[in-house]
Write a protein that binds this ligand. Structure first.
Ligand SMILES: C[S@@+](CC[C@H](N)C(=O)[O-])C[C@H]1O[C@@H](n2cnc3c(N)ncnc32)[C@H](O)[C@@H]1O
Length: 325
């Protein structure tokens, strides 16, 4: 086992001991129940993980987001080599950009789903830097590394999947080296609530009843899901086996950044354009956009028009969080 994995404080086992396909993936060993509590079937099975790999590739997207976050964190000038933890890495959408941006860094790519790590392992097999990337099956709520282990922690779309993301934030405060930085990319409540209001307006418009059934389902489902996600009690039955549990607001991060003594907490929106709400709808409905009637975009335009740039900066739908130790 490589040195960097020895920063983990519990004994680790190579999953290849019980399943040769998983050789090289280390784990403190979880029981099925714990994994099932956190994972929906599409992350838990090899077929599900493969389907995810085939359905999207966000590597370029995250390369851009990581570079932007590093610039904002003033981290780009750091001296190599670095120790980096990728939390909830999936099949590597952030891992590959990190390997590229930091050519001498050692990276722990961590993820609770062994099938997702298996997919990452397959992709790494063809990669020149595979020896710098160490695969670890790990629950993001239990980052049991030694104090001051990492220079940088990155987590893309992971915190909102957890029951207790504040545990992850607390661990980051412990396992980052002084001066280290944690970067997360997450959905936000402020902008999503405005999106919900836009969608309510669409649902109550006279033209709604003439829409394609798939649009009707999408708008109604989004509003009902976002409403339920506002419930802060994540032990509620509704959240069992639900992937997306949280819509965070600025106050959430500011509260825990202060409580766990981070020196700084920066929050910013990803889409800095003048039309962030239009773009979000376009992303969600990409495949069906040509069937979307004009009046829907006119409604969204009305909201975009009323909001100043400063208000749009406040009303984040998806954004970056930078925590500096
Ligand atoms: C939306 S995906 C993001 C994956 C990757 N970061 C990306 O952006 O492509 C969420 C990931 O979190 C993982 N996950 C869910 N709960 C987890 C937990 N408790 N600990 C670690 N990973 C978890 C899932 O298996 C999944 O790969």
């Amino acid at each position: 086992m490589k040195n960097i994995l020895q920063l983990f404080q519990k004994p680790l086992h190579d999953l290849g001991e019980t399943n040769p396909e998983f050789e090289g993936i280390y784990s403190p060993l979880y029981d099925r129940e714990e994994i099932s509590r956190f994972m929906t079937p599409h992350y838990e099975s090899l077929e599900g993980a493969k389907a995810q790999v085939q359905s999207f590739d966000l590597t370029k997207f995250y390369y851009g987001l990581i570079m932007e976050a590093l610039r904002r964190a003033d981290f780009t000038k750091r001296k190599q080599p670095l120790k980096i933890l990728d939390v909830g890495c999936g099949f590597g959408s952030t891992t590959f950009p990190l390997l590229k941006i930091f050519p001498k860094a050692e990276i722990v790519a961590s993820e609770l789903s062994a099938p997702m790590l298996y997919e990452l392992k397959q992709k790494l097999a063809r990669h020149k830097d595979k020896d710098r990337c160490h695969l670890l099956q790990l629950n993001a709520e239990e980052l049991d590394f030694k104090e001051n282990s990492f220079d940088l922690i990155v987590g893309a779309a992971i915190l909102h999947h957890l029951f207790n993301p504040e545990k992850t934030i607390k661990s980051c405060a412990k396992i980052l080296k002084p001066g280290g930085v944690a970067i997360f990319f997450e959905p936000f409540e402020e902008g999503t609530s405005l999106m919900a209001l836009i969608y309510e307006t669409i649902i109550h418009h006279g033209g709604f009843k003439w829409l394609d059934l798939s649009f009707k389902i999408y708008f109604r489902h989004a509003v009902s899901l976002w409403w339920k996600m506002k419930n802060p009690n994540k032990s509620d039955q509704f959240f069992e086996n639900l992937d997306d549990k949280w819509l965070f607001n600025r106050g959430y991060y500011q509260k825990y950044a202060k409580e766990y003594c981070f020196k700084d907490c920066l929050i910013y929106r990803h889409d800095e354009s003048d039309q962030p709400f239009t773009h979000l709808v376009q992303n969600h409905l990409a495949a069906k956009l040509n069937k979307m009637p004009k009046w829907i975009f006119e409604i969204i335009d009305t909201y975009e028009k009323w909001l100043t740039k400063e208000q749009k900066d406040e009303l984040i739908t998806e954004g970056g969080i930078i925590l500096k130790k």
